[in-house]
Design a protein around this ligand. Structure first.
Ligand SMILES: Nc1ncnc2c1ncn2[C@@H]1O[C@H](COP(=O)(O)OP(=O)(O)OP(=O)(O)O)[C@@H](O)[C@H]1O
Length: 599
């Protein structure tokens, strides 16, 4: 161990109780990023720090932040001395917990009023007003929060931030990305320029460079490398990453195979959208027990995504962290950055993420602080295989996984899936939502040379999601080999395919009756009565009918697959299509960043 990695190297610059605390917390020596960052950040330098996931960046900004505030002397009551910003509620809560575990050890002497306190500010729980009230009552000097809530809080006339000494942006590249940048600029405008600022991430991007230009003074860039020259890499050395090239229908069976056979305490599985997490969580919790081999211990499955209300979101994460059972968390990128759950030893990515850096953050939930971990990536056959080379350029190396014999499991899985989906119409609706969100995710991929929509296997994924019929969506318009009317099955009696929820089922039945009545009205009087009509009136009738048809077609502009109007089955499912189209239109109005953050 080099001398510079020993905590003593920071003495006497660091307040003695802080030095004792880090050792009490079990950190025998500094990690490389701590050894490089703490002395500089403490010595009044602004810092931009890049170091791999799980390398101990949290302590490397918390210790200096506390030290800087302590040195500044007592911060007047009701004034903010330090702010730490994180992009997600989970990460902010985690940083707040680590901060409190350090502050717990501060001496209570000489006076109670000098004791440092922290407050957590995140959306989804208390109101801003109650946050402000708590701030005025507790008078904390350090605030940890997510950008939106923080901006509202700092905007309150009761909150004074002119005494701010130190600002930290954790996952800085994410915070300066589209979507957060305006909020962060708003926060910066409310803060004094005379302060220390630290930006931290495993992936420092050009967005961070922007902030360096506008918001930091003479910053020092600290890059902690793993490996040298040719061998340099952007992931921890203890992380082994492999990839499998799979057909759409092999992805979920492969996931099940891994859940059942890999050795792990906790595993995290990343899906691209909230709707996919909801769908595959519901599906897998129902069918996994049937597909588990007798040898494998049952894994407890959890789901976490950004559309869950805050209560269940926190509860799920805590349950996943605290369970003693073998467990699997199905999630989105909401849990990709910063989360430190030491027992996670496997990370599976069902698809490469929306942008390349996210891959590192996801994979980095395993192999933290020197522990061994495994990452698995599923790629679709074809151009997606180019992702491996692209990541190699980005200094992330992976090897091809051994092929697994899946045929038996696949047959079993699709049998279970079909039985499960036919059990109620709600399940098909869920599958459609997941599929649509998946296609939409794919269209928005940033690496368009690899993730090409014109090579997307709409039918293969439709089957893999268990769909009976492809939803009508513009993306299908120019797609080849789409079966007639989007049907992926021909042996379903849709009239008998019911919702479990009686109210939804009643609404469907009413809709059916309504449609039947409309269809009958459209057909006009019976043929016999028409016999006496003049040729002219018959022509007019045909023309009106054509116009009516055109009008209906215009109204469902986005409907791509032509519908056979004689088929009541088709008409019945058309409503689902229209809802999806309306949803899509609404979403299309939202900007790209919102889509990217649909976590
Ligand atoms: N000096 C140390 N010695 C041993 N373990 C440490 C030390 N400092 C931090 N750790 C542990 O390392 C783990 C990872 O730390 P941390 O969460 O700060 O990583 P990070 O670099 O911020 O990762 P990410 O980029 O994923 O956010 C934590 O469990 C933490 O307790």
């Amino acid at each position: 161990m080099s001398a510079s990695r020993q905590w003593e190297a920071l003495s006497p610059a660091l307040t003695p109780w802080l030095l004792e605390t880090v050792r009490t917390l079990g950190y025998a020596n500094m990690t490389p990023v701590q050894a490089s960052t703490i002395p500089l950040f403490c010595s009044n330098k602004d810092v931009v720090v890049e170091a791999v996931t799980g390398s101990g960046k949290t302590i490397s900004f918390l210790i200096p932040a506390i030290e800087i505030i302590l040195r500044a002397g007592s911060i007047p009551r009701g004034r903010v001395g330090g702010i730490i910003v994180a992009p997600t509620r989970e990460l902010a809560s985690q940083i707040y917990a680590v901060l409190n575990s350090v502050l717990e050890f501060q001496p209570t002497e000489p006076t109670e009023s000098t004791i440092l306190k922290a407050q957590l500010l995140i959306g989804g729980s208390a109101t801003v007003a109650s946050d402000v009230q708590k701030f005025l009552t507790d008078t904390p000097q350090i605030i940890v929060g997510t950008p939106g809530r923080l901006l509202e809080f700092l905007g309150s006339p009761h909150v004074q931030s002119s005494s701010l000494e130190v600002l930290v942006l954790d996952e800085a590249d994410r915070l300066l990305d589209l979507g957060f940048d305006k909020t962060i600029s708003g926060i910066l405008r409310l803060l004094p320029k005379q302060r220390r600022t630290g930006l931290f991430s495993a992936t420092v991007t050009s967005a961070v460079g922007e902030l360096v230009r506008v918001g930091l003074r003479n910053p020092v860039k600290i890059v902690v490398k793993v490996g040298d020259g040719e061998r340099e890499q952007k992931v921890p050395t203890t992380l082994s990453i492999s990839y499998s090239v799979l057909s759409p229908d092999s992805k979920i069976p492969s996931l099940i195979h891994k859940i059942n056979t890999l050795k792990y305490k906790k595993a995290i599985v990343y899906f691209p959208t909230c709707a996919s997490v909801v769908y595959f969580y519901t599906l897998l919790t129902s069918i996994l027990p049937k597909l588990q081999s007798s040898k494998s211990a049952d894994a407890q499955v959890f789901s976490l995504h950004g559309k869950l209300p805050q209560g269940p979101r926190t509860k799920t994460l805590n349950s996943f962290i605290n369970t003693m059972k073998k467990s699997v968390l199905l999630t989105t990128d909401v849990a990709a950055r910063g989360l430190d759950i030491p027992e996670v030893d496997v990370v599976i990515q069902i698809d490469p993420p929306y942008e390349a850096n996210m891959f590192l953050h996801r994979a980095g939930r395993a192999a933290r602080a020197g522990r061994y971990g495994e990452g698995y990536l599923f790629l679709s056959k074809g151009r997606e295989e180019g992702y491996v080379d692209l990541m190699e350029v980005k200094k992330v190396r992976m090897h091809e996984a051994h092929e697994i014999e899946l045929s038996g499991l696949k047959t079993e899985f699709y049998k279970c899936l079909r039985g499960w989906i036919l059990d109620s119409r709600e399940k098909h609706d869920m599958a459609v939502k997941a599929y649509v969100s998946y296609v939409r995710f794919y269209t928005k991929h940033t690496m368009t040379s690899i993730f090409r929509m014109n090579e997307f296997d709409f039918v293969g994924f439709g089957r893999a999601f268990g769909l009976l019929r492809l939803p009508s969506m513009p993306e299908l318009k120019s797609a080849p080999n789409i079966p007639e009317n989007g049907w992926l099955t021909n042996d379903i009696d849709l009239d008998a395919y019911r919702y479990k929820d009686p109210q939804r089922e009643l609404a469907r039945q009413e809709e059916l009756t309504d449609r039947a009545a409309k269809a009958a009205a459209k057909q006009g009087p019976p043929k016999a009565a028409n016999k006496s009509w003049s040729e002219q009136s018959e022509r007019r009738e045909r023309r009106d009918h054509r116009r009516e048809k055109k009008r209906t077609k215009r109204e469902s502009k986005a409907a791509v697959i032509e519908n056979d109007e004689s088929s009541s089955d088709n008409e019945e499912m058309e409503e689902d299509w229209k809802t999806l189209i309306a949803d899509r239109k609404k979403k299309r109005k939202a900007n790209v960043s919102e889509m990217a953050f649909d976590l």
